[in-house]
Design a protein around this ligand. Structure first.
Ligand SMILES: Cc1cc2nc3c(=O)[nH]c(=O)nc-3n(C[C@H](O)[C@H](O)[C@H](O)COP(=O)(O)OP(=O)(O)OC[C@H]3O[C@@H](n4cnc5c(N)ncnc54)[C@H](O)[C@@H]3O)c2cc1C
Length: 171
């Protein structure tokens, strides 16, 4: 990617789907022309017209689709979390380094919205034949992100453990 693409105007994308991941977190799914060159661990600068531009981890990599998962905590994240299908947002990036998925087995530990970059990493590792134990934690059951998706994931070498601070699910 060249400097003009990194520093220049954002690429405008249309949100094709909004997925409820927990009580408050939402994944915005969209097509991106550069999705094949984006890796788990990298982030995008997401421009919400008239509001702000903020960093968001790449949480879904399924070419030609990709996605970001947003937890509303302030003005920009609230605006992003209430995005509707067919609404447009601006994307710059990807930025940052990415995970090295060259290993024999992996223990992945994520809490709350910190799970966002770890979802595509989990799939990348499983696709490479790496055994994965995934630990997802949150304060309460309703704040667990991607728990429903991974609970039904039936892949060889994959194990899921859930943990909550209030003990409403898991250990
Ligand atoms: C590399 C990177 C990747 C990120 N990936 C994601 C992601 O995938 N999903 C996601 O939802 N967020 C992610 N974030 C965090 C997100 O960018 C911020 O939450 C967002 O910029 C806040 O903007 P706002 O206008 O909504 O809130 P603001 O108005 O800027 O902040 C509202 C309040 O929340 C506090 N606050 C701001 N950010 C955080 C934070 N991260 N943790 C705790 N308190 C905070 C502020 O101090 C303030 O009190 C990422 C941040 C970085 C740097």
């Amino acid at each position: 990617m060249d400097m003009e693409q990194l520093m220049g105007n954002p690429t405008t994308v249309s949100v094709s789907e909004v997925v409820k991941e927990s009580k408050a977190a939402r994944t915005l799914v969209f097509e991106h022309p550069d999705v094949e060159n984006i890796h788990p661990g990298q982030f995008l600068m997401v421009w919400i017209p008239g509001v702000d531009e903020i960093p968001m981890s790449v949480s879904l990599l399924n070419p030609p689709l990709m996605g970001i998962t947003v937890l509303p905590i302030g003005e920009a994240t609230n605006a992003l979390a209430s995005t509707q299908e067919r609404q447009r947002i601006g994307i710059r990036g990807p930025f940052g380094t990415y995970f090295d998925s060259n290993c024999g087995s992996a223990l992945i530990v994520g809490g709350g919205i910190g799970m966002a970059p770890l979802r595509p990493l989990t799939y990348e590792l499983l696709d490479r034949g790496v055994d994965v134990v995934l630990l997802i934690g949150a304060k309460t059951k309703s704040e667990l992100v991607y728990a429903k998706e991974f609970k039904t994931l039936n892949r060889e070498g994959f194990r899921l453990e859930l943990s909550t601070v209030d003990g409403s699910v898991g250990f």
